[in-house]
Design a protein around this ligand. Structure first.
Ligand SMILES: NC(=O)c1ccc[n+]([C@@H]2O[C@H](COP(=O)([O-])OP(=O)(O)OC[C@H]3O[C@@H](n4cnc5c(N)ncnc54)[C@H](OP(=O)(O)O)[C@@H]3O)[C@@H](O)[C@H]2O)c1
Length: 215
């Protein structure tokens, strides 16, 4: 797949982190994967599960064009946010009470990504990749222009960050629908119509327009 070649940091080597990592390697990006453990402990796992990617420590994200955060939301306090300051950061996380337990900070009226952005500090946050199953990421990817290509929504308060991440998502094999500001990311949070379904770009725009008309 074509597009700008990026250096991509992935925080979290679980289901989503490794699937995004593999797909990003296929797209020609340079991929570094880190967890809460030292890089040395992730070297073998990375070689086997995400061939072509490098096991890293969060500090190695210094030269990353963007960093994807794919850790369970209830671990957010243990994230090394210092490595993310000033960066374009993709929030791929979801709040699941059944999985994460009750998290008071995520139970208010704001979108989960607005809260994540505040907790992470000076980051250029973009919400996307949270509303596709890890098992679908590789099998549903299609080249640009393909019939029935699946779309993913992006939401951010930072237009340049959103444009960069949109190009990245396209390179992974998906159309991109701009949902607007970070607050609008609520439209594809856990439990929403977009979260639970599969949409082309036209179908997703229809859902977003319907939601807006209802407000
Ligand atoms: N599963 C899906 O299909 C899917 C799809 C879209 C979005 N999501 C969302 O993505 C997030 C991750 O889900 P998952 O299913 O990939 O979880 P997972 O399989 O449990 O993997 C979590 C990963 O995060 C790492 N981690 C934990 N704490 C960390 C920290 N402080 N710093 C860096 N890495 C840390 C873990 O490694 P260590 O414990 O070794 O650090 C592990 O590699 C969740 O919020 C989920 O809702 C999931």
């Amino acid at each position: 797949m074509s597009g700008e070649q990026l250096t991509v940091g992935v925080l979290g080597a679980g289901r989503v982190g490794t699937a995004v990592g593999r797909q990003a390697v296929r797209a020609g990006h340079t991929v570094k994967i880190a967890t809460s453990r030292p890089a040395e402990e992730n070297r073998l796992l990375t070689e086997v599960v995400v061939p072509g990617a490098t096991a890293a420590d969060p500090q190695d994200f210094a030269d990353a064009d963007l960093v994807i955060v794919a850790v369970p939301l209830n671990k957010h306090r243990s994230i090394d946010a210092s490595a993310l300051q000033g960066k374009v950061v993709v929030d791929a996380m979801n709040y699941w009470v059944g999985v994460d337990g009750f998290l008071a900070e995520f139970d208010g009226t704001r979108s989960t990504s607005e809260v994540v952005g505040e907790l992470l500090g000076d980051v250029r946050l973009v919400k996307t990749l949270n509303h596709i199953g890890y098992g679908e990421l590789e099998v549903e990817a299609k080249p640009a222009g393909a019939e029935d290509r699946r779309a993913l929504g992006v939401a951010s308060d930072d237009a340049a960050a959103k444009a960069l991440v949109s190009g990245f998502v396209d390179s992974l094999g998906f159309d991109v629908v701009d949902a607007g500001e970070l607050a609008a990311g609520r439209a594809f949070e856990n439990g929403s119509e977009i979260f639970t379904g599969r949409h082309t770009a036209a179908q997703m725009r229809e859902v977003l327009e319907r939601d807006t008309a209802r407000v």
